[in-house]
Design a protein around this ligand. Structure first.
Ligand SMILES: [Zn+2]
Length: 420
């Protein structure tokens, strides 16, 4: 599976973990976060932690002191498992988390190897885990171009994560509109149009040179006050490949840096929109195949599982927030084992319903849940074995809602026609 295709699932997993971690709270200032960038000597990090351990011995509250010191030791132990920092670095979160009210704390440790290099060296001891740098990294993968244009000025900028760079500012040299009438006014307007077209060509050329070579270029946002940007868009000033990448056109009050900042403020919304457009496209293909009865799609847990197992799935579509669990039941009296699919919220009552139920093999009332796995994870693993792409589809689009409500949140586009 290429990295690009793996992304949606990998990011989904990491995002989910980070969301859980960000919600965790310590009783005091006792949760440790350690970021180790690639190339950093592990022994340096362990030495740094030794100093922090010394500092922690001065903490007044005995519970907090013990918890911090325990966490530091745990992190050191984990670090010792690495000869060197992985290529993308290493992040460890560790601390005493209350499980069920005060006094129920248990040390939890999370080791995360980021999907991309994390270039930050950091130790923090706080009442929460510092997940924000990883969360930022999730946003930092792609670059967006910003092009602001009106008849007097143009600004080109790039936005990667939160890093904004003004690449070029240009003035048009086009004189303002004349208010006079008559013969000379028409000549003046013709001249002005020519100058405007020259200026647009210049802006287009710089935009092509600036944005086209960028790797992971996700899209171009066109802005500026008034309708000039639309005239510019309609004309043949941008290379068609760049034109294809225009994701949004927005009104800004300014064309200079201030205008760029206006765009950046709206950027998160725009980026979400980009993903929604991707999701819509994928879903529309699925719905097309369904509508035309091509036999190249399937849906529902059982059919999709079968298709996955036979290697027939090209793209697996899963609804985000699919609350379904794959439970492995085991009999404690014999070796009997089976798997069942249960709604996440029904898991407790399902487990209760097992007590007293006879085992299908030996009849002993000894069935219990041995293991549970999120259905998304379960399917994602099956997909990985057969190089199927995985797309996690949000419920934010009409099509995404359809996947969830009409197709049980599980569907697949196939490589070859299903049998039967
Ligand atoms: Zn049994």
């Amino acid at each position: 599976m290429s990295t690009a295709k793996k992304t949606s699932l990998e990011l989904f997993r990491l995002r989910k973990t980070l969301m859980t971690l960000a919600d965790k709270e310590g009783r005091g200032t006792e949760l440790v976060s350690v970021y180790v960038p690639p190339g950093k000597q592990i022994s340096d990090v362990i030495n740094m932690l030794r100093d922090e351990y010394g500092t922690a011995s001065n903490i007044k509250s005995s519970t907090t002191r013990k918890n911090v010191m325990d966490a530091i030791v745990k992190v050191q132990q984990r670090l010792k498992l690495f000869k060197e920092a992985p290529e993308t670095g290493l992040v460890i979160f560790c601390g005493a988390i209350p499980q069920n009210g005060p006094g129920s704390e248990r040390i939890e440790t999370y080791v995360i190897i980021p999907p991309e290099p994390i270039n930050i060296y950091l130790y923090r001891c706080d009442a929460r885990f510092h997940t924000e740098h990883l969360q930022e990294m999730l946003r930092e993968k792609e670059t967006y171009g910003i092009l602001l244009v009106d008849s007097s000025q143009a600004t080109l900028a790039t936005l990667q994560g939160r890093r904004l760079e003004i690449v070029r500012e240009m003035t048009s040299g086009v004189p303002g509109k004349t208010r006079a009438g008559g013969q000379s006014a028409r000549r003046y307007e013709r001249l002005r149009d020519m100058r405007l077209q020259e200026y647009f060509s210049r802006v287009g050329r710089y935009a092509n040179e600036t944005f086209l070579p960028i790797e992971n270029f996700k899209g171009l946002i066109l802005g500026g006050p008034g309708p000039t940007k639309l005239d510019f868009e309609k004309g043949d000033y941008l290379n068609y490949m760049l034109k294809d990448k225009i994701i949004d056109t927005i009104d800004t009050s300014y064309v200079e840096e201030q205008g760029v900042k206006e765009v950046v403020e709206k950027a998160p919304e725009i980026m979400r929109k980009v993903r929604y457009i991707e999701e819509k496209k994928i879903m529309q293909q699925f719905l097309y195949e369904i509508g035309h009865d091509t036999g190249m799609v399937t849906y529902g847990e059982e059919d999709v599982r079968r298709a996955l197992e036979s290697g027939a799935v090209r793209t697996l579509l899963l609804s985000e927030g699919l609350d379904i669990v794959r439970a492995t039941l085991k009999c404690n009296a014999c070796s009997y084992q089976e798997q069942q699919t249960v709604k996440g919220q029904m898991l407790t009552s399902f487990e209760q319903s097992l007590s007293g139920k006879p085992c299908p093999k030996c009849n002993a009332p000894s069935l219990g849940i041995a293991e549970t796995q999120d259905l998304i994870e379960n399917f994602a693993q099956l997909a990985e074995y057969t190089n199927a792409e995985v797309e996690i589809i949000s419920g934010e689009t009409e099509e995404g809602q359809m996947l969830k409500n009409s197709f049980g949140g599980i569907a697949a586009i196939l490589r070859f026609r299903a049998q039967g």
